[in-house]
Design a protein around this ligand. Sequence first.
Ligand SMILES: Cc1ncc(COP(=O)(O)O)c(C=O)c1O
Length: 420
Amino acid sequence: MNRRKFLTSTVAMATVSMAAAPLLSYAHTTREPDDENFWAIIRNQYDVTSDITNLEAGYWGIMSIPVTQAYIRHTHFVNQNSSYYARRLYWQDYADIIARLAKKLGVRNDELVLTRNATEAMQSLINGYNNLEEGDTVIYADLDYGSMQSEMRYLKNHRKVNVVSIAIPEPASYQNVIDVYEKALNDNPKCKMMLMTHVSNRTGLITPVKEITAMAKARGVDVILDAAHSWGQFDFNFKELDVDFVGLNLHKWIGVPLGVGLLYIRKDRILDIDPLRGEAGPENDEIRTRVHTGTMNFAAVLTIPTALDFQENIGIKNIDKRLKSLRNQWVDGVINNSKVEILTPQDERMHAAITSFRIKGKTTYEENKMLMDTLTDKYGIFTVAISGIEKGCGIRVSPSLYNSREDINKLIAAINDITA
Ligand SMILES: Cc1ncc(COP(=O)(O)O)c(C=O)c1O
């Protein structure tokens, strides 16, 4: 029995309340970020509440309508065919999806395994990294994700290593971020492994991963990269980063249904990550033994190709430019306001869609929570208060493809009004 035959019989039956949205292909054309007619077509492919202006896409990415429709069809299909599908045909579909993801990233099929989120992938890497001896050092930074920091701190007990934390400079520049990692490596000659975050969830800062990884590798230090926020948010070449251990997300900026992450380990480094709790012997180098998700959301996994189609049809270069342009619009609108501090550099290499700000002197979480609430309740704009930045908390703003120029103007007016 062939899955596509199943699908043809189930597609017609799936009732979808949203207007059918065709998947249009624009990837072959260069779309200017201010071609508002074009971006209105893309915006219309999202069904977003008008109750609030959502500038908090950093949590996860709303699915486009074609992706939602595919997800509903797949949910119906999986529910209808249940274990009969899962046991007999799912693994071929899974292999096809992995092959497509591998091709897109420029890696081998046997270097990837799906997880339920980026956290699961990162935990498997940090906790499983076995190239450590008692007394070695590992390093992480203040801008890394909270649960990854905890996982790093846990290595003190788990691997008997010295855990060092560093602060990313504020204001950050391409060179001072590289310098701070270089100093950390110089100060900690016993360092064997470093956590790095490609795009910080706190400020949207893009770390110069390629340069820092090269520097670390030259000293025999491995980098475990948290790429939860980067893939899909901006245009970069994954292989050029030259990192061997990476956790990624598909439900943030790739736009698949919630519940899908991705783990990458370079084939000849898989043995450096422990198999999961006795799942296999230490000589086993199959990546799937490095994570055990239990039952996945099959329908979410089956929707990955549609989400990739949707994104590829717009084109990552077009997406990259549009998101940066929305970000620049609000930053340009408040940057001359002497009461506002922009926490993410203007350097094009160091930001994509996400950027954070704070009102000068307002560094506590409570102050920023209050500002977030004011933006929500008084101005109808949803953002998020962010803590954990060494120099103080702030507000994170994450626009997405469903936002308009008017949404951004609303934010500019609100910030300028609040600080007036
Ligand atoms: C930098 C970073 N890493 C990891 C995660 C965790 O992702 P997930 O919720 O998919 O586990 C997030 C989520 O916001 C993140 O921003």
